[in-house]
Design a protein around this ligand. Structure first.
Ligand SMILES: Cc1ncc(C[n+]2csc(CCOP(=O)(O)OP(=O)(O)O)c2C)c(N)n1
Ligand SMILES: [Mg+2]
Length: 396
């Protein structure tokens, strides 16, 4: 049984690198837009963003082959986009529209695509793990050589049904890669506080399932591990555990002010380990792309995401409440974007502006924290939804 860390990186072409850059950027921009629509009251219910974790799903999708299956938790928008589901259909589902993947009745956590072999979107922690083994069982039974990618979190890895599943998957040599997306937190609980052993990939040892840890901020490392372990499963050797060490930049869900960790911790990860920036660097230093090429890709991705948001808004517009905060792209005063207080629950609609974290006139980037609002339930943070100049209008 092998239980070790991988550092191997594949040789990769410029086209492949560009494809990963694009795929990760699509997820990042899509999620930022989803956060923005949530803040505007256009998305209801829970919404768990995947920002920071993009390399996990993009790397594994690069290793997957036609007909392979995937199943995951509620933090699922990235998985849908990476396996080729239509951004318009995903965004429209978030806003509860007829054109959404579940006709607007499933929302963020409940979307499926038989065509793309995406089996959800599951809100009950770890519930997708036995289902993933079931999908793999079906493929083994049919003898079609397909592999199932069963994703779950570090928190879910402490659930009993995961180990019942490991037992059966090992017993029947199921072609299943158990992908533990270890983003270091389960809601507000850090891995150190919730998990007895640091190396979750070793948890298959009792069942004879090998595992390894992978750097989840490095899309090439993820792809390499995915390819090798897919071949393991395909060759009839049974399941494999990939613990992919990653990080989520946002709170657990849109209503989480993330007070259990410092802003510096998040910022350090963003500055030093960002998966998209790493590929950007490889593209530029390897002279595979120029700054202008990358700007053109950015523009293309923004257009796709803006179109999905337009599509998601066209069926009908929902009422939204203004907080009076605006962010204006530099030099374009006719394009102010209102930033609206995200609802924490159906009864939490009011709050007090506790403090501004930027000054009037400051330039902000998408994702920067701009202000804190105190409500009777929690302290909320406002994030900039686009790049621009902060305008604080007290009369609104
Ligand atoms: C059976 C069950 N228990 C508790 C919850 C509440 N809950 C939702 S997400 C979550 C944390 C899961 O964390 P993790 O598996 O690390 O996934 P992440 O959110 O980090 O992607 C909990 C406890 C739930 N949805 N289902
Ligand atoms: Mg987690």
């Amino acid at each position: 049984m092998a239980a070790r860390k991988t550092t191997k990186k594949p040789n990769v072409s410029a086209d492949e690198l560009k494809a990963y850059y694009k795929d990760m950027l699509l997820i990042r921009r899509f999620e930022e837009k989803a956060g923005q629509l949530y803040g505007m009251g256009l998305i209801g219910g829970f919404c768990h963003l995947y920002i920071g974790q993009e390399a996990v799903v993009v790397g594994l999708e690069a290793a997957a082959e036609e007909g392979d299956k995937r199943i995951t938790s509620y933090r699922d928008h990235g998985h849908m986009l990476a396996c080729g589901m239509d951004p318009n259909g995903v965004m429209a589902e978030l806003t509860g529209r007829e054109g959404g993947y579940s006709k607007g009745k499933g929302g963020s956590m409940h979307m499926f695509s038989k065509e793309k072999h995406f089996y959800g979107g599951h809100g009950i922690v770890a519930a997708q793990v036995p289902l993933g083994a079931g999908l793999a069982f079906a493929d083994k039974y049919k003898g079609n050589g397909r592999v199932t990618f069963t994703y779950f979190g570090d928190g879910a890895a402490n659930q009993g049904q995961v180990y019942e599943t490991f037992n059966m998957a090992a017993l029947w040599d199921l072609p299943c890669i158990f992908v533990i997306e270890n983003n270091q937190y389960a809601m507000g609980t850090s891995q150190q506080r919730s998990t007895s052993s640091e190396e979750i990939y070793e948890r298959g040892r009792a069942f004879g399932i090998p595992g390894e840890a992978v750097d989840g901020m490095d899309v090439l490392a993820v792809k390499a591990a995915g390819e090798t372990r897919r071949a393991h499963c395909r060759s009839g050797k049974g399941p494999y555990i990939l613990e992919i060490k990653t990080y989520r930049y946002r709170g657990h869900s849109m209503s989480d002010p993330a007070k259990y960790r410092t802003r510096e911790e998040v910022q350090k990860m963003r500055n030093e380990r960002d998966p998209i920036e790493q590929v950007r660097e490889l593209l530029l230093t390897g002279k595979h792309a120029t700054e202008d090429d990358l700007k053109a890709i950015d523009k293309e991705i923004k257009a796709v995401v803006n179109e999905s948001a337009e599509f998601a808004k066209t069926a009908q517009s929902l009422p939204s409440k203004s907080s009076g905060l605006t962010s204006t792209p530099e030099g374009e005063t006719d394009m102010a974007t209102e930033i609206l207080m995200p609802a924490l629950s159906p009864t939490m609609e009011e709050g007090t502006l506790a403090k501004w974290l930027v000054k009037e006139g400051d330039t902000v980037k998408s994702g920067d924290i701009m202000a804190e609002i105190e409500t009777d339930k929690a302290t909320m943070e406002f994030e900039a939804v686009d790049e621009g100049v902060d305008r604080q209008d007290p009369d609104r």
